[in-house]
Design a protein around this ligand. Structure first.
Ligand code: T1G
Length: 681
């Protein structure tokens, strides 16, 4: 055995096994690349060696290039050189895959002459999720192996495929048994000795793309909405197309050119920022990583409404028993009925099997009695947003639920510390703010109370990952992180229409920026009458004026917009008149307002509110704010989130814009701008 850095080699008679041990995910950093190149050179130089196996220790095969090296001065050998050296070998090289062969890791496998994997393995080229395309000939080798049609979803969509799927499209040569990978790989390699080595770059399975160029447009059509606003997907399509039209070397040059442009662009920088932001979010800076966790085996949910039901589904889907409490039996029946319907819809769409629906619903028990929650390790309250109601519920929980259990509120803005004072155990109280629909939305704001214990917070963070949520810690403040930043945006949106901006143009500006919808569409979707006092004679703002006119939003077929039967919306003259009338009565002059002013007045105040949240310590780090807005409010990931975006355009520009419109600038933001500093690390 020889070892250099994270790479070692072991000789099994006439087979050399090259092994990478570079935790946590065998990223293809410089030392790994050097070790691979040295390993191949050693195999070629040793006459005893007739075949090579490449495999990894730890939880996964190479999970890609080392993203932390991006943007730094490159140190050779680069990955394309390593891949070319592997492919050029005239001794068969077998990739033995477990875990996730992703990006550059999949490209190393494509450069090998054969690929085998265990059934649990996944293979993919997720570079588009970093605003890039594969940069080590993946866009040229993969189509040559599996065809352009099969390559497109991998390269352009970026989602990995299972081992069985990979074998079915020709990406894998064999799927072997779990737990015996190295032996199977050595035997497989031996079986190929003496045969001509199949070099992927010389294959030509990709003729389908040339024979039927329509597949590229078909793919665009089927995926257009998902890919809107992103630069990388179109570059990925161009690269796969080039694989069919150009000789290999020219195709590789085309890929490099496209890769280089994306790497230098702002979108990739933003998406790489998001990659690490998502991973940083689940770290709690001031709590030791080895803080003991509370065992959560049984969960209680108070309230079987839309939020309560959605929250319960997360735990049921994760195989955890749930006890759901309501005041009345019919509310329970209605709530559990909606949950089963949602599960059955998911099964109809093939997202789960019917037996999984029954298994999940089988873990649900319901009650009208708080005593039945006594054994729960965690109870989440999702009742009406009223402080007195919340305090009453927490008082009852304090009386009935066992000591040591976590008591959580799903409030979206109420003071968690005040709720905690309704119990004798404020250390076990925190906020778990889910987003609607709670069984779908990935974001979870974990609201840390002044007295919340470290083990309670750490347990909530760990549990969030178990139920598939992206959790962010927020301090106790009005609206926590997300809603607190939403309110200045909403305020400006209302101001803009009072000053003459057309509400549909305000929405358009945000949709063009990359949001799924604008504030007025969002209002119509949620319902303009939420929280309305129901007295048409009392009109203090445009929303009340619309409600007074019976325009509640999509549910009444009219709100800000008019809706046809299939929810297509058109701007409404009645709404325009209601706004103009209301503005006139308020003595507000109307003027033409351009798209730039609209965008700046909607987003700059959010940045300022984010800066205040940071200054007050209500968020651990600026990137957490980006994670909240990208996962909870549709902020386009290709701009990196409000904080990263502000850094990209320059804090000086944001402050100047806020000053120009006479809007608030926090000392924290102005200070950062004056010192030429960034919000994000
Ligand atoms: N480079 C550097 N660090 C990485 C990394 C990578 N590729 N992948 C993961 N990490 C770190 C991560 O930051 C975290 O660190 C720890 O590993 C565990 O990750 C030329 C250009 C593999 C599915 O896009 O999708 O190849 O927070 O928490 O949930 O064409 O990590 O502990 O300090 O995510 O089990 C393409 C990225 C790169 C795959 C594991 N590859 N990684 O998920 O663990 S571009 C990717 C993942 C490329 C070439 C191009 C996931 C995972 P820390 P984790 P996980």
């Amino acid at each position: 055995m020889t070892a250099s850095g994270p790479i070692r080699t072991e000789t099994h008679d006439n087979v050399l096994v090259i092994i990478s041990d570079n935790p946590p995910v065998n990223a293809l950093g410089q030392a790994v690349r050097q070790g691979l190149a040295d390993g191949i050179a050693a195999a070629l130089a040793d006459d005893v060696i007739e075949a090579v196996v490449i495999r990894c220790d730890g939880r996964t095969f190479f999970a890609g290039a080392d993203i932390t090296e991006f943007g730094k001065a490159p140190v050779g050998p680069n990955l394309p050189e390593v891949c070319d050296a592997i492919e050029a070998s005239d001794k068969p090289v077998v990739a033995a895959i477990h875990g996730t062969a992703l990006g550059g890791g999949c490209e190393v496998a494509l450069a090998c002459h054969y690929r085998i994997a265990v059934p649990s393995a996944k293979l993919g080229l997720p570079e588009v999720k970093l605003g890039l395309i594969p940069g080590a000939a993946g866009t040229q080798r993969l189509p040559r192996l599996v065809g352009a049609e099969a390559a497109l979803p991998l390269v352009v969509g970026g989602n990995p495929v299972s081992a069985n799927k990979a074998e079915s499209i020709g990406l894998l040569d064999a799927v072997v048994t779990e737990g015996n990978l190295e032996q199977d790989a050595i035997a497989f390699a031996r079986s190929k000795i003496g045969k001509p080595v199949p070099r992927t770059s010389e294959q030509d399975a990709n003729r389908d793309g040339v024979a039927n160029p329509a597949i590229f447009d078909d793919f665009r059509q089927q995926n257009g909405r998902k890919l809107k606003g992103f630069d990388a997907p179109e570059a990925a399509i161009a690269a796969v197309k080039a694989a069919g039209e150009l000789p290999y070397a020219e195709g590789v040059a085309k890929e490099r050119e496209l890769f280089g442009k994306l790497m230098a662009g702002t979108q990739s920088a933003a998406m790489r920022h998001y990659f690490f932001a998502e991973r940083a979010a689940n770290k709690i800076d001031d709590i030791p990583a080895d803080t003991p966790l509370i065992d959560i085996a049984r969960v209680g949910i108070i309230g079987a409404g839309t939020m309560g039901g959605g929250i319960a589904m997360n735990f049921l889907s994760a195989g955890m028993p749930v006890t759901m409490l309501e005041m009345k039996q019919d509310a329970l029946d209605r709530g559990t009925g909606v949950m089963r319907k949602n599960y059955e819809n998911a099964a109809r769409r093939g997202r789960m099997k019917p037996e999984q629906v029954d298994a999940a619903m089988g873990l649900l028990s319901t009650t009208l009695d708080y005593a039945d929650l006594a054994d729960c390790d965690l109870v989440i309250e999702a009742v009406f947003e009223n402080m007195d109601v919340k305090k009453d519920v927490f008082g009852k929980l304090d009386a009935h639920v066992k000591q040591g259990a976590i008591l959580a509120s799903n409030t979206s803005y109420l003071n968690v510390d005040e709720i905690a004072q309704a119990t004798s155990r404020p250390g076990y109280v925190l906020g778990l703010h889910f987003f609607s629909p709670a069984n779908i939305m990935k974001l979870l704001e974990i609201v840390r109370g002044a007295k919340t214990r470290d083990d309670v917070l750490a347990t909530a963070m760990k549990l969030a990952k178990k139920i598939g949520k992206i959790a962010v810690v927020s301090g106790v403040c009005d609206g926590f992180i997300g809603n607190r930043m939403l309110s200045p945006r909403q305020k400006q949106a209302n101001e803009l229409v009072m000053e003459g901006a057309n509400y549909w143009e305000v929405d358009e500006v945000l949709v063009d920026f990359g949001f799924p919808m604008g504030p007025f569409q969002m209002g119509d979707l949620a319902g303009l009458d939420i929280g309305w006092h129901r007295d048409p004679s009392k009109v203090t703002n445009v929303r009340e004026a619309l409600c007074a006119a019976g325009r509640f939003g999509q549910k009444t077929g009219k709100g800000f917009y008019d809706y046809d039967g299939s929810r297509n919306r058109t701007p409404s003259d009645e709404t325009k008149a209601i706004i103009a009338d209301f503005a006139a009565k308020a003595g507000r002059e109307q003027r033409d307002i351009g798209a730039d002013e609209i965008l700046e007045r909607l987003l700059y105040p959010m940045v300022n509110e984010g800066a205040k949240i940071l200054d007050e310590g209500m968020a651990q780090r600026a990137s957490d704010i980006d994670v909240v807005w990208i996962n909870g409010y549709g902020w386009p990931v290709f701009t990196g989130g409000p904080m990263f975006w502000a850094d990209t355009i320059g804090l000086g520009k944001v402050v100047a814009g806020l000053d120009k419109y006479g809007l608030e600038v926090s000392d924290y933001l102005r200070g950062k701008a004056e010192r030429g500093e960034r919000l994000t690390a």
